[in-house]
Design a protein around this ligand. Structure first.
Ligand SMILES: [Zn+2]
Length: 386
């Protein structure tokens, strides 16, 4: 495949708007690229919701450990359009850079792994063993596509997984990541006229018993330092409640965000939070409950894994600058994939500049072209050392 075709695929994927939805349109396009190889690959659409299809493309008759390549097809929203110098949904090339929403995070990475597998099929690169592409929905809003693929067994045959998330133009190699817990505590009270507060139950003051203690409860976990990820951090981030100024509030809520580390898996934190809620509920008339939305476990990773060494070795062969081995403060699909019963190593490395989620997001095209070769060579090294 020549660079013109590699660029065309990248541009085409950028031009499809898939902001937290419509990933099926991206999947449709990618599936057509594999149409000429339909006797050699299995193409599976795994529907999460209408218009939201994960896409899995696996070389046929896969035996033994499979080399997985993964990326997410959704993007974040554009933010203020006035801050963009180009149309975010029309790929624009300028001075060797491609601009558009998802150019970094992570349609460049998706296009690169698609091109890599196409080249393994068309003979541009060797197909060294069974390879599987896992393209997901909803990574930016809760990794539920990856969760679905994991639950339905699509990663059970993997021996290794490379996620092409951007890492400062292929300069960063990530093997571990923090988890995340978004919680919401709701307090229920009883509304009465504010001239008779004794006859009501004030949901706000009851909620404050939780708010005032939560940092102290989480503090016990926040002294342990992970050598790569640092320590757990937490913040109370949103609060609301009440109906009007002369009524005793019948409902109030607070939300918080916690970034967890492998040393204290999420379930320890749930136990602590739920313990505090139970303690508050022992006070008179308190009725608090806690819920979580799309929590992610920390991805422990292995700094000594063979895949990590191989990923560094191929990088050394191809790039002048040594790759930085890092951990990520944010969650990614790898956290969901690593919940599989099958034990395989995951690393993240991909094209795309450090402009994710910003206006004028871009990818350096030279890095994009190199990344395609990188995934091909990494697959070869992986199978040669099995
Ligand atoms: Zn991403």
């Amino acid at each position: 495949m020549d660079q013109a075709k590699q660029l065309e695929i990248f541009k085409h994927i950028i031009d499809i708007k898939s902001v937290n939805d419509h990933e099926a349109d991206v999947a449709d396009y990618i599936a057509t690229l594999f149409e000429p190889y339909k006797d050699r690959v299995d193409v599976s659409r795994v529907t999460f919701a209408p218009g939201r299809d994960n896409l899995v493309i696996a070389t046929k008759d896969a035996q033994g450990p499979v080399f997985g390549l993964s990326g997410h097809m959704d993007t974040v929203a554009t933010g203020n359009l006035a801050d963009w110098q180009t149309d975010p949904f029309k790929a624009t090339v300028k001075d060797g850079k491609l601009y558009g929403r998802g150019a970094a995070d992570m349609k460049s990475g998706v296009a690169a792994i698609v091109c890599a597998l196409l080249e393994m099929l068309d003979g541009t690169a060797p197909l060294p063993g069974p390879v599987k592409l896992l393209l997901t929905v909803g990574e930016e809003t809760g990794e539920y596509g990856a969760a679905q693929l994991t639950k339905e067994g699509y990663v059970d045959d993997l021996g290794a997984l490379v996620i092409s998330e951007p890492g400062d133009d292929m300069k960063e190699l990530t093997y571990t990541a923090k988890g995340v817990i978004d919680y919401k505590v709701t307090s229920l009270g009883k509304s009465v006229h504010s001239s008779y507060p004794d006859q009501g139950i004030n949901a706000i003051t009851n909620l404050l018993d939780f708010v005032n203690q939560v940092e102290g409860v989480l503090d016990q976990f926040e002294h342990v330092e992970n050598p790569v990820l640092g320590h757990q951090v937490s913040s109370v981030t949103k609060i609301g409640g009440g109906d009007q100024v002369n009524s005793i509030p019948s409902e109030a809520w607070v939300m918080g965000n916690i970034r967890t580390i492998p040393e204290h898996p999420n379930k320890e934190i749930y136990t602590a939070l739920e313990g505090l809620v139970a303690k508050c509920n022992q006070l008179p008339d308190h009725q608090l409950k806690i819920e979580y939305s799309y929590p992610e476990e920390p991805m422990a990773g292995d700094p000594h894994s063979k895949l990590l060494q191989q990923a560094q070795q191929v990088h050394d062969e191809m790039f002048d600058q040594a790759v930085k081995v890092v951990g990520s403060g944010g969650a990614n699909d790898g956290s969901e994939f690593s919940q599989a019963e099958n034990d395989f190593t995951t690393v993240l490395i991909g094209p795309g500049s450090a402009s994710s989620h910003q206006s004028n997001e871009y990818c350096d095209l030279a890095v994009y072209y190199q990344s395609i070769k990188y995934y091909e060579k990494l697959a070869q090294l992986y199978f040669s050392e099995l």
